[in-house]
Every structure is written in structure tokens, then in C-alpha cells.
Design a protein around this ligand. Structure first.
Ligand code: FE2
Length: 213
């Protein structure tokens, strides 16, 4: 006979989040046209990517008029994330935005996006073999002892693999480590990454929380 009653109550502490959305088809068409045109222009005169190569555009893609539909869409989506976090609508600025074209066999190492609040990715061309992103446990202590488990769950895994689709939009904390496995398809994988930070952060949110209002 058990000496405690029933199943334990599990109190969820400090959960991480990845917000997964899908852009509606008409908006997606407009965004994709703009992004693909920008990529085409930026890559004029460049040789085709070789196997294993990732090409990234300059991180100022969001300043091009053709990218405005994506910037608008991300801004709306980010407001919903702030809402979910109970922060409510606050001005966010896109501080960086760049296209990624990953040739077959190309991968992206684990990294985060410092000096921003949110980061995200919009997916234009993904396909089986090149349609996932890995998110890694940001708590290094959890890797010290890893007993074998019966089944992987959010409480015992060190990595969560998220499947993505064309027109998919992910937004997550900028500090959350992520990586992309090798492109195992025979076509390039095309996405756009971006960073978002509170506008005028120092002026509007930088004061000590315990200070005078
Ligand atoms: Fe990234």
C-alpha cells in the first residue's frame, strides 16, 4: 500500500515555449513572392550552392520594401506571443532579418540570438528530410545525470524536435538554443530568420524594477 495519496501533483516550473503558427495562404503568397524576389536579387551573379553549404543574406532583409508583408505578419504574430506571456502589446522592433538557403547536406550548429527578446523563423521551402528544427534544453545541469527512460517526455528529454511546414512561423525566446539537422532532401531548404527586441528598451524598461515609478 502506498504511503502517499494518489498521483503526485506536478507543479510546472519555468516552462519554455515555442509558438507555432501558420500564415494564411493569401498572405503567404505575398510574403513568399517578396522574399524569393529579394533572394534572387541578392544572389545574382553568385555560383550555385555546393552540397553542405548554407547561404545567408545580409541581416538587414527587413529593410527591403519587398519584405514588408513578412515584417507586418511577424509583428502581428509577436503581439499574440506577448499576449500569451501576459505582457500585452508593446512596441517591438525587428532588429535583424535574414534569409537562409541550405543546400542538401547542410546543417546549422546549435546557437541562440543574444540581445533580443524574441526570435523566429518563417518557412518558405521545406520538404521531407528538411522539415525540422531542434530546440535544446537551456538548463545545462540536466545533462549531468541522464538515466535511461521508458519514454521521452517534456520532463526527461534534452531536445525537442519540431516539424515545420511551408508557410509555418515559429516564435520563441531569443535565448532558447536551437539547431538544424543536415538537409537530407535533394532540394534547398529556404527560410527567413528574424530577431525582435523591445523598442527603446533602455528608455522604457531599463529602470530598476524596485525604483520609483
Ligand atoms: Fe537561429
Amino acid at each position: 500500500m502506498s504511503s502517499t495519496t494518489g498521483n503526485p501533483e506536478v507543479i510546472r516550473l519555468f516552462p519554455s515555449y515555442v509558438s507555432k503558427m501558420r500564415v494564411t495562404d493569401p498572405v503567404r503568397d505575398v510574403i513568399d513572392r517578396g522574399v524569393l524576389a529579394a533572394i534572387g536579387e541578392l544572389r545574382v551573379g553568385r555560383p550555385d550552392l555546393v552540397e553542405g553549404e548554407v547561404w545567408q543574406s545580409p541581416p538587414s532583409l527587413h529593410k527591403l520594401p519587398a519584405i514588408l508583408p513578412l515584417v507586418t505578419c511577424v509583428s502581428e504574430a509577436a503581439d499574440r506571443v506577448l499576449d500569451f506571456l501576459n505582457i500585452g502589446p508593446r512596441a517591438l522592433s525587428m532588429t535583424g532579418c535574414w534569409a537562409n538557403v541550405a543546400a542538401p547536406r547542410a546543417a546549422v550548429k546549435m546557437h541562440a540570438h543574444p540581445n533580443n527578446f524574441l526570435s523566429g523563423v518563417y518557412y518558405l521551402k521545406v520538404q521531407p528530410g528538411a522539415d525540422t528544427i531542434n530546440f535544446h534544453d537551456p538548463r545545462p545541469q540536466t545533462g549531468i545525470i541522464r538515466p535511461p527512460v521508458i519514454e521521452l517526455t517534456a520532463y526527461n528529454t534534452d531536445q525537442v524536435i519540431v516539424t515545420v511546414e511551408n508557410g509555418g512561423l515559429l516564435i520563441f525566446p531569443a535565448w532558447l538554443l536551437h539547431s538544424v539537422d543536415e538537409n537530407r532532401s535533394d532540394r534547398p531548404r529556404i527560410s527567413v530568420s528574424f530577431n525582435l527586441m523591445f523598442t527603446a528598451y533602455a528608455e522604457t524598461m531599463g529602470a530598476p524594477l524596485w525604483g520609483e515609478p
